[in-house]
Design a protein around this ligand. Structure first.
Ligand SMILES: [Zn+2]
Length: 340
């Protein structure tokens, strides 16, 4: 691959990478921007690198008639077409269906919101319930909300699940680990926030905490860079460093002490394979993606709509802060028998 790039002049390189149907010297296929589709384009790059998703969608062979705008079917077609180098517009039908269903064409979108819309539409529209559950399990982070009454110590538990881990970030420097710790840190509910205790049968001062129950194969982390202050949304450019590999033990620190024994394993390895980047401000923005398409291969690509170029880990790290900042991180759990 490196040899191929070095043999090309810059002009050839631009021509090769600029139009979608020229691309694919690389594993990553450029996608034309139709009516501000950069957000969906970037998500499609991450879905395309999530080969497990297409493997599940490929198992779906519905016998019944499916409507034209069926999202799981369109997504499957788009992901297959992205692998066909001669296809001029692999994602056009998927975009049309998505616009018909849920999102407005030509408007600024939020990548985390669209990520959820797509996964929820798949859940709703795939007729095979077993496959719907497989896709759910692929991304589902299971947590348990625990509210403990400070008066009688009674704990009320409620199971919850998330498709992405929504991490608040501070105005100062953050690390992925510090954001995770804050997410799981318990909070005291006092004064106006007192919680109704089912045992005392009245509102009591309480402690609210989240317990991690299980982590999925594909872990999506949402760095909450958009903050609404009195009706005005602004973007936080502050620094959030994130590793290319981590062990699930980084989740242990923030866990409530009373559940330490039944916490998930701490020795599972996760590796980063996609980063959705938001460029610009809260009002005017653009989405791009860094993708590492092949497991066990360190080659990154940068996909900016039609344009795709090879990238380095240092380029990915340049999205820690500033106006071109990482917004969604996708990590994959490494299987037990793979090394590293
Ligand atoms: Zn109580």
């Amino acid at each position: 691959m490196g040899e191929f790039w070095s043999k090309m002049s810059y002009r050839q390189y631009r021509r090769f990478t600029y139009c979608s149907y020229y691309v694919d010297v690389s594993e990553v296929r450029g996608l034309f921007n139709y009516s501000l589709s950069c957000c969906v384009n970037s998500l499609l790059q991450s879905f395309s690198a999530t080969t497990e998703l297409l493997d599940i969608l490929n198992k779906w062979c519905p016998s019944e008639e499916i409507e034209q705008s069926n999202i799981p079917q369109r997504l499957k077609n788009a992901l297959l077409a992205m692998r066909d180098k001669s296809h001029p517009a692999p994602h056009k039908d998927f975009l049309d269906s998505l616009y018909r269903h849920a999102i407005r064409r030509g408007t600024q979108q939020d990548a985390d919101e669209i990520f959820h819309i797509i996964l929820n539409l798949i859940q709703k529209q795939i007729s095979d319930l077993g496959l719907a559950q497989e896709i759910r399990s692929l991304y589902e982070i299971k947590v348990e909300t625990q509210v403990q009454c400070s008066h009688c110590s009674f704990i009320q538990r409620e199971p919850n699940s998330l498709f992405s881990l929504p991490l608040a970030i501070s105005e100062k420097e953050n690390t992925l680990e510090s954001c995770i710790n804050s997410f799981f840190q318990s909070q005291n509910l006092v004064n106006g926030d007192k919680y109704h205790c089912n045992q005392c049968e009245q509102k009591q001062p309480s402690t609210h905490g989240l317990k991690l129950v299980s982590l999925p194969l594909i872990l999506c982390v949402h760095l909450k860079r958009f903050r609404n202050d009195r009706g005005v949304t602004r973007k936080l450019d502050s620094k959030v460093t994130f590793p290319d590999y981590f062990k699930s033990g980084i989740f242990a620190a923030g866990q409530p002490e009373n559940v330490a024994n039944d916490s998930p394993r701490a020795d599972e390895h996760y590796s980063l394979y996609a980063v959705i980047v938001h460029i610009g401000s809260a009002m005017f923005g653009h989405y791009t993606a860094y993708i590492r398409p092949v497991q066990e291969d360190q080659t990154w690509y940068y996909a900016d709509d039609c344009s795709v170029r090879p990238a380095k880990w240092a380029d990915v790290q340049s999205t820690y802060e500033g106006s071109n900042a990482a917004y969604l991180l996708l990590y994959r759990k490494k299987s037990c028998n793979s090394s590293g």
